[in-house]
Unconditional design. Structure first.
Length: 493
């Protein structure tokens, strides 16, 4: 389908531009606004209300006021709201996909993939909502009964990044609704439009006023600061960079808030000489190029056994150079722009540093001329093991390849990072798969698979990649707290 300027304008006009507080779309208390840009052209797409600290606290007032009744709402009703929202988003999948392409830049095909993936969290948690079991047992000495029940944590602050505008919100909002928590959602200022449309869809699905409040704005800390200092808040769930996560963990300590932290990654991609190299290249393309490399799960360090490194690098470079950069709305585009000029400069600085240290750009290696913040899909061969590019999260379409000789060396290189989110392993040896998985310090391992995110799986990291899990049966536990009731047994002797 051709995307006309009229279609874009019509969709953008349907997105609410206010702050969502207590079920109403409002202007900011000081009338402030901020612009949202198209990273493929640099042009303004929309202007939204910019929340002040006062607005943020009004959102918390609404969440706090709604919490009591929401916790008592039967799980089946909460589940039905999630399921209706899932159906509505499916009906409007093209709108959500186009909106994400416009504000974030990813090609439409990828944005459609994110709608499917992100929406699945609503369906998954609509099913989990009614299966939140407690337990009842007798104490070992037989005098008391133990009743254990899960309760909602209470009002939550949810802070999301710009790279997956729908999925990062549904991964938090889905389980929070399922568990019976109310929320203040603060989307990233670069891509807030999808959250606005998502919140409007949840209201239409029957979410009561005050359960979800959305406050975007120019200054993240003037929104999160007062909300986190307020004793009515019980939890902060954050997805974003490790430095900001650390800062929020310190702030959370003052009120001993529950925290979930989905932070940065530096995924190793291990290729052994017994791997199917064509499958490994296919996996490498998925693990590297999903979201133009702007993903916490993006393969960042390609560690290839020396006997197959040359062949793997050549095939990988061929696949990378066959991609077509372009605005995500263009049919032929398979790589969108980076999110802004700063992001593109950071990627290029890492590439230049690696080349200066002896790496060779087998393909790419430069920003692309013209409008938008495009960077050529790049494969760097012969990257020295101490290069900066192997330590930093690249967040762009650049694949540094380095080599190893033994399995032990591969594991040591993979673990030589302060991050521990996703990792990938390509080998035909299942015994090796288990050996490596045992020893690798990562929350997730993709075995002969370049994409591993799924609503049914516990997504999350170890070390400085964060705390907690999103998705799976673990996801709802992040929004639940356990209460134990000790009951005197009237029949006990
Ligand atoms: P970021 O700069 O840390 O921002 C993330 C969110 O935090 C945004 O909403 C941002 O608001 C807000 N924020 C920034 N400074 C803040 C402060 N001082 N106090 C409170 N909130 C603050 O990260 P990003 O650049 O958007 O996202 C990229 C990072 O996210 C990468 O490191 C990536 O690995 C990580 N990520 C992790 C996962 C995961 O599941 N582990 C998933 C996706 C992304 P503004 O937009 O207003 O600045």
């Amino acid at each position: 389908m051709t995307i006309t300027p009229e279609r874009e304008a019509e969709l953008l006009a349907s997105v609410p531009t206010g702050l969502l507080i207590d079920g109403e779309w409002r202007d900011a208390s000081d009338g402030g606004t901020f612009d949202v840009h198209d990273p493929a052209t640099g042009k303004v797409l929309a202007t939204l209300a910019s929340a002040t600290s006062e607005d943020a606290l009004a959102a918390l007032d609404a969440a706090d006021a709604a919490q009591g009744q929401w916790a008592l709402t039967p799980a089946r009703e909460r589940s039905n709201i999630l399921r209706r929202a899932f159906d509505l988003i499916n009906e409007r999948a093209e709108d959500f996909a186009l909106l994400m392409t416009l504000e974030m830049g990813k090609p439409l095909a990828e944005a459609r993939g994110e709608v499917t993936y992100g929406n699945e969290f609503l369906r998954w948690f609509s099913e989990e909502a009614v299966r939140d079991y407690g337990r009842y047992l007798t104490t070992p000495e037989g005098k008391n009964k133990i009743l254990v029940q899960n309760k909602p944590v209470g009002p939550c602050l949810l802070i999301t990044p710009w790279n997956f505008p729908l999925a990062m919100a549904t991964r938090k909002v889905g389980p929070a609704i399922a568990a019976g928590c109310t929320m203040v959602l603060k989307p990233a200022k670069l891509t807030p439009l999808t959250s606005q449309l998502f919140a409007a869809t949840l209201l239409e699905a029957g979410l009561p006023a005050g359960v979800l409040n959305v406050v975007s704005g120019k200054s993240a800390s003037s929104i999160s600061g007062p909300v986190m200092a307020d004793p009515r808040l019980r939890k902060v769930s954050f997805t974003g960079s490790t430095p900001v996560g650390k800062r929020l963990l310190k702030d959370a300590a003052d009120n001993v808030l529950r925290t979930s932290m989905e932070l940065g990654g530096n995924a190793p991609f291990l290729v052994f000489d017994d791997a199917d190299l064509d499958k490994a290249v296919e996996g490498a393309m998925a693990a590297k190029m999903r979201n133009m490399g702007e993903a916490c799960t993006a393969a960042n360090r390609f560690l290839v056994q020396d006997t197959v490194a040359e062949e793997f690098t050549r095939k990988f470079a061929e696949a990378m150079s066959s991609l077509t950069p372009g605005r995500g709305t263009e049919e032929a585009s398979t790589v969108g722009p980076l999110i802004d000029s700063g992001a593109r400069d950071d990627v290029h600085a890492l590439v230049s540093d690696a080349v200066a240290a002896g790496a060779v750009a087998v393909t790419g290696g430069e920003p692309l001329a013209g409008d938008g913040y495009f960077y050529a899909p790049t494969v760097l061969g012969g990257v020295p093991n101490d290069a900066e590019i192997l330590r930093e999260e690249i967040f762009g379409p650049v694949a540094p390849v380095t080599t190893f000789t033994t399995e032990e060396e591969a594991i040591a290189l993979a673990n030589a990072s302060e991050y521990g989110l996703a990792s990938y392993l390509f080998t035909s040896d299942y015994a090796r798969m288990f050996r490596v998985a045992e020893q690798i310090e990562f929350g997730m391992v993709g075995f002969n698979a370049g994409v591993i995110s799924n609503a049914a799986a516990p997504f999350g990291g170890v070390k400085q990649s964060g705390l907690g899990r999103e998705g799976g049966s673990e996801g709802i536990a992040e929004y639940s707290t356990v209460q134990y009731i000790g009951i005197a047994d009237p029949y006990a002797k």
